[in-house]
Design a protein around this ligand. Sequence first.
Ligand code: SF4
Length: 347
Amino acid sequence: MQSSLPASRADLLAWFDQNQRDLPWRHTRDPYAIWVSEVMLQQTRVETVRRYWDRWLETFPTVASLAAASTEAVLSQWQGLGYYRRARNLHAGAVFIVEQLGGLIPTTAAAWQTVPGVGPYTAGAIASIAFAEPVPAVDGNVLRVLSRWLALELPIDGKPGRAVIDTLAAELAAGPRPGAWTQALMELGATLCTPTSPACLLCPVAAACAAAAMGDPSRFPLKAKAKAPREEHRFALALLQADTRAEWWVQRQEQGLLGGLWEFPLLASLEEVEDAAEPLTHHGDLLHIFTHIRLSVTLLSGAEGSTSDLVPSGYQTGRWVLPEERETLPQSRLMRKLRERLLLPTG
Ligand code: SF4
């Protein structure tokens, strides 16, 4: 460890004790509740997670209750948080703990990593926060902070750079108060050492930070060139029954992007509906960004009879959905956008 970093560790902990945000999951040592918070926080903002975390724990208060729930109920609770694979993984992890571990929650990072869907970061976070195990939890925030402390001239998404960070993270984790340390590092990354405008003047570790000393901290972390997202196009077909206000929805296959969610059929071409008896109405295009895909969608609507029983490839089933059923079926954000564009009421 660099000579000034041990002192900085104590400084950062002291700063955390004084300045940490009051977040509901910081009031519990329940490993299941911490696990849920860590998974929700991976790609979602703290303010959004606050609402979902409470509601989730009311619905599924224990690992056993989550394991016993249906996939549909789990996805419904997750609705709106995005990246639904996280909900599926939580569910699969709960089933694993109940069925393979006799319902006993793992107490070490190594044991947590045997749970499906739990990677080194989540395992380290749960083990350090819930069980005070002195192990690191390295996420994007921590990569950024530590790369700045070192002014690391290696890309953090390459093996050599990552190895340097992992070594430093493990050394720092080995000190007192492992759970507070994990959270203090994350808190620094989330509040002061932000990606584009690090607040070095307020930072408790500025004296030991090599990037701050160089005067251009936001140059770090270095990253290898990112791949450009893939461009795709689909037609979204909204079929509506005027009298019942039912809408034709299809459910995605369980595997793959947005698995198991319900939406209007998305079609690569209009071949499947070109014999439609009724004309289709155009509602323009909209753009939806997934992590690796920029999807442009041309929205069309038609009446019942434009086509029937349309279940394109990539979907497992379809049905007419009545207004009162809509909130019970898990939908993607894209689906919500499409319905907003058509000025269809929610619920
Ligand atoms: S001194 Fe600046 S760059 Fe360094 S850790 Fe603190 S906020 Fe980040």
